[in-house]
Ligand binder design. Structure first.
Ligand code: SDX
Length: 430
């Protein structure tokens, strides 16, 4: 393989395929001309080895456990920034100046309300409706109430992003209030992005909610850690749906639906359900370990394993540290934290998991923090979606602005069905 090309030899012919190097060293064989030149396609179920695009937004190194947004390490961003600051970075590509950050904050405040007609939608979901189905529905409906926006300029992109980031926060809080039958608490101009969300969730006419700085700081950190993760399932969904020319709101709604899956963002809810199961089973860890190892059992240990990370998910490391700190600050004792830490210890000392590089991922400890904040388990994936929104918007926009390589996403397949055969009329069929 030369520096610039790979040579593929099939039967008696050789094909030169360009090599592409990423700015942080990832490498790819460019197969865009393969079918035209050789008649062959590649097959890669689950896209384990296949890149769908080139992107400037996020860099992951699964072997080293590295995650950078626009070149900045997640550890530094989580330590020093607000979620809104990181959202601006993921969207625009540069950290905002103080003026740019204040302007963005102003837009978020301006767009915090949802159309009053949208509020009636909440009355028609059944009481036990999943907050993820409500979120996906309401986000899709935004397209009927607000103008379609492009991200052709940074200014336009920031407007459409501020509208979505702000309204999704309001939709999430309103869906919770509706689910518990409490009066809606409207956003306030004087509160920060995270402070407003917490206040809309937990303030009550009979008992005002005190916005706790430690909780706000931890929520900022959690949302930052979820802000983007390159071509994961839901982001790839947003890109694929958007590639058909679908508006941003509807593309994001598709991303919300993909994130809901227990193998993806739904895992943070599944982790708590699993830990509660272990607790109900008197901490019978072995029962869950055996189920996870049983090749005939589809059960997986939620919160462990990752398609890309084959070492600690750097986000899980930060969240685990924040876990103990937040529970201490809130004076919350949660037995599930001890169960989670014991399960992690068992897994990290069991060859089945070690040999498969199965480590805690972003979803393993996050739910324990959300619980301590008072957020219900069925809203944990909504929290993931709120955090992931800057990434979804930025990837949708990067694809839409890619004049050089923008085309509808349409994978190929290898057909293994019946060979061509003639039609048999009904009266001749047995
Ligand atoms: C997220 O892609 C992203 O970036 C996602 C995400 C993001 O920020 O967008 O990081 C967020 O989705 C994190 C992942 C949350 N999901 C879970 O925690 C669900 C539990 N994890 C697994 O289902 C699994 O690890 C996946 C889905 C995360 C990854 O699956 P892969 O890459 O397809 O790996 P695999 O299923 O082929 O597993 C390889 C082996 C198999 O065993 P063998 O066939 O070799 O015998 O590892 C085993 C699997 O059975 N395995 C597990 C396991 N995860 C993998 N066994 C037990 N428990 C697990 N959790």
């Amino acid at each position: 393989m030369s520096n610039k090309h790979a040579t593929l030899t099939i039967e008696d012919k050789s094909y030169k395929l360009p090599i592409i190097h990423g700015t942080e060293g990832d490498k790819a064989v460019d197969i865009r001309s393969l079918r035209k030149e050789s008649g062959y396609i590649t097959l890669d179920s689950g896209y384990m080895n296949t890149g769908s695009c080139q992107s400037d937004i996020t860099f992951l190194d699964g072997e080293q456990g590295i995650l950078n947004y626009r070149g900045y390490a997640i550890e530094q961003l989580a330590e020093n920034c607000s979620f809104i600051e990181v959202a601006y970075l993921v969207l625009i590509g540069e950290l905002p100046t103080r003026t740019q950050l204040n302007d963005f904050r102003e837009q978020l405040s301006r767009f915090a309300l949802i159309h009053e007609d949208m509020i009636h939608f909440f009355d028609h979901f059944p009481p036990n409706a999943s907050p993820m189905s409500i979120l996906s529905t309401m986000v899709n409906t935004l397209n009927n109430f607000y103008p379609e926006m492009t991200g052709d300029t940074d200014e336009e992109l920031l407007v459409v992003a501020a509208r979505l980031l702000s309204k999704i926060r309001t939709i999430a809080a309103f869906s919770y209030k509706k689910s518990v039958g409490h009066p809606l608490i409207y956003p306030r101009y004087d509160l920060s992005y995270c402070g407003n969300f917490l206040n809309m969730m937990f303030d009550k006419p009979v008992k005002p909610y005190v916005v706790h700085p430690e909780v706000v700081a931890t929520l900022n950190k959690l949302l930052i850690l979820h802000a983007d993760h390159e071509q994961n399932c839901s982001t790839s969904t947003v890109r694929l749906v958007g590639s058909a020319g679908v508006n941003l709101y509807t593309s994001i709604s598709a991303g919300v639906s993909a994130l809901w899956g227990p193998l993806h963002g739904g895992a943070n809810t599944a982790v708590i359900e699993m830990l509660e199961g272990i607790q109900r089973d008197n901490n019978d860890f072995q029962k869950y370990i055996d189920k996870a190892k049983d090749p005939n059992d589809r059960f997986r240990l939620s919160g462990f394993g990752h398609r890309v990370y084959k070492t600690f998910d750097p986000r899980a490391t930060i969240i685990k540290q924040a876990c103990s700190k937040t529970l201490e600050a809130l004076q919350v004792e949660d037995p599930l934290l001890n169960i989670a830490m014991e399960l992690e210890k068992i897994v990290r000392n069991d060859d089945y998991f070690v040999s498969r590089n199965l480590y805690p991922n972003v979803d393993f400890y996050s739910g324990i923090i959300y619980r301590a904040m008072g957020i219900p388990t069925n809203m944990f994936t909504v929290m993931f979606a709120m955090g992931r929104l800057p990434g979804w918007i930025s990837h949708w926009n990067e694809m839409m602005q890619d004049s050089g390589d923008r085309r509808i996403g349409r994978p190929r397949q290898v057909y293994q069905g019946a060979k061509k055969r003639d039609f048999v009329p009904l009266h001749e069929r047995e």
